[in-house]
Design a protein around this ligand. Structure first.
Ligand code: HQG
Length: 182
């Protein structure tokens, strides 16, 4: 058991190194996104951010968004989605529900109307299975604006969808014609 401030700190730190910048602590991440738990621990400690195996396991198990997975023998850890470098998450294409949702903010809407949803700095566009989740995602940037995505229609036109281990729907792009701006 660790307090929520410590949990948040470690979750942010693991996200930062496992999804975006493993090199800042000289961490090796393989093509599937896996890093050695021992190496993560040792290199984090060297960087002034020591943590215990217990703390790591607590963060993996209790993270509200289930951001991380451990390998079966607990020797490796990876982020379940959200990388900014190419990783093979071994996801199989899967048919989406008719509608998915995207939470964003008003200042992006004009550009989204022109270009559709782009993956920006991530590997995919992230979509939510329900409005409530999309509201949470959008709220990170301000007053949320929720877009409804005609995912079923996209899928019928040949777009491939993936479902991350923690329930985030992933797609390469969403053309504007499949977005309901209301
Ligand atoms: C916007 C969190 C202008 C897009 C959440 C978003 C999520 C455009 C921002 C995950 C655009 C990208 C991902 C276009 C997209 N013109 N703006 N054509 N297309 N945008 O953070 O979806 O906490 O990369 O609307 O729970 O906000 O990281 O994506 O506002 O699952 O675990 O560009 O991040 O999870 O922002 O969030 P992001 P997102 P974690």
């Amino acid at each position: 058991m660790i307090d929520s401030k410590r949990e948040k700190f470690l979750s942010k730190f693991f996200s930062y190194v496992l999804r975006h910048h493993p090199k800042v602590i000289d961490l090796k991440v393989d093509e599937f996104g896996w890093a050695s738990v021992d190496e993560l621990m040792a290199n984090a400690a060297k960087d002034g951010k020591p943590f215990t195996m217990e703390e790591l396991q607590f963060v993996v198990a209790n993270n509200a968004k289930q951001r991380f997975s451990l390998s079966e023998d607990n020797s490796k850890i990876r982020a379940n989605q959200g990388h900014s470098f190419p990783v093979n998450l071994e996801l199989e294409p899967i048919a989406p529900p008719a509608y998915l949702y995207h939470g964003t903010v008003a200042k992006f809407i004009e550009q989204i109307k022109e270009d559709g949803l782009q993956k920006m700095s991530r590997q995919h566009v992230h979509l939510s299975p329900d409005r409530e989740t999309a509201i949470n995602v959008g709220s990170r940037r301000g007053k949320p604006v929720i877009l409804t995505i005609r995912a079923g229609a996209m899928h019928e036109s040949g777009y491939q969808f993936y479902l991350s281990k923690n329930g985030v729907w992933l797609v390469d792009a969403v053309p504007a014609e499949y977005i309901e701006f209301k």
